[in-house]
Design a protein around this ligand. Sequence first.
Ligand SMILES: *[C@@H]1O[C@H](CO)[C@@H](O)[C@H](O)[C@H]1NC(C)=O
Ligand SMILES: *[C@@H]1O[C@H](CO)[C@@H](O)[C@H](O)[C@H]1NC(C)=O
Length: 394
Amino acid sequence: MGTRIVLGWILLALALYCGLDPFNHSSISGFPNFVSVEVKLPDKYEIPTNKDSLNLLQNSDVKLLGQIQGPESLVFDPNGRGPYTGIADGRILFWDGTHWTNFAFTSANRSVCDPQPNPLGYIKNEHICGRPLGLRFNKKTGELYIADAYFGLMKVGPEGGVATSLATEAEGVPLTFTNDLDIDDEGNVYFTDSSAQYQRRHFMQLVFSGEDGGRVLKYDPVTKETTVLLKNIQFPNGITLSKDGSFFLFCEGSIGRLSRYWLKGEKAGTSEVFAILPGFPDNIRTNKDGDFWVALHCRRSWTNHLLAATPRLRDFLLRLPIKAKYQFMVFIGGWPHGIIVKYNPEGEIVQILEDSPGKVVKAVSEVEERDGKLWIGSVLMPFVAVYDLGSSSR
Ligand SMILES: *[C@@H]1O[C@H](CO)[C@@H](O)[C@H](O)[C@H]1NC(C)=O
Ligand SMILES: *[C@@H]1O[C@H](CO)[C@@H](O)[C@H](O)[C@H]1NC(C)=O
């Protein structure tokens, strides 16, 4: 009886604390209009059950450990040199085969961008230092195009330096969380803006709200206009053109799905579901054969199904005075699972590589295939991993 009363008081105090937030500890204290909405996840039978029971991704060679923090995108220039990558302190680095050198910046003001002990330490000043996410070279001009989470769509010449801005808004609405891009043969840029309300440094609020202000956009290099191709999407993330340029695929981060947008043919201008993913995606890249490598943050778990269906539970978790790291752990089902998946142009899984305990590779952001190797980056981790496809050839 006594313990029940004590427990009752503790629960009441916790409920009051979360409801009133007297010390502004809650992650949503800065967001008076915060609302969380339902995320409609696919039905169980639609979710692929493919597994890599050998955990082959553990055979990756983890390179450059500790040297760079949070390399999200990895890209090679038109001469095959690189990779180049954008890291947590806002720099874009170039790997010359033996070491990293500075290549470009998205912010000229680097007075508050000093090294931090881990990638999360940079979040405080990201909006000043910039956070380059998706990177792609224009193969004809050699210019590097950058999706900077804070500064929008940018580009820098083949010599590097400070990038110039190409787009910071579309149809009167500012870009809030520019995420990834691809470029077609005419130089048109297709890119994603993940949210209309939450910047990248408010990632947890975006994920927990299920907000659907994300957009897929097109920048025309001739008119310099940005048009909205699709809107009202929950967390659009990676984007990639098909090998023949007839369509692009983009990742829907909240639902865990790939959608296809047709650029050519009779379906041009329309979109459709391409595939339901086994987890929650970040970037997607097309390989030389026209297949698509999708990087997943984590596999689906019962916790994210429960959270998706119960906005009030997400709201409650976000009000708890705990670190964003723990909220994120609950969301991803307890631990970061390493998982990457290859799809063919028909939308079928043709390869899956995992590190299910996340021992070597976890929280993957991007997979870039080059000369029989997969270059693997992670926005959260201090490494670049390289997986030799020869070691798993079937
Ligand atoms: C919490 O935020 C509110 C509204 O911004 C403010 O009025 C209040 O003084 C803050 N409380 C503390 C303890 O900082
Ligand atoms: C650079 O950013 C810092 C921090 O926001 C600011 O205090 C400083 O005035 C800026 N410097 C310039 C030259 O804009």
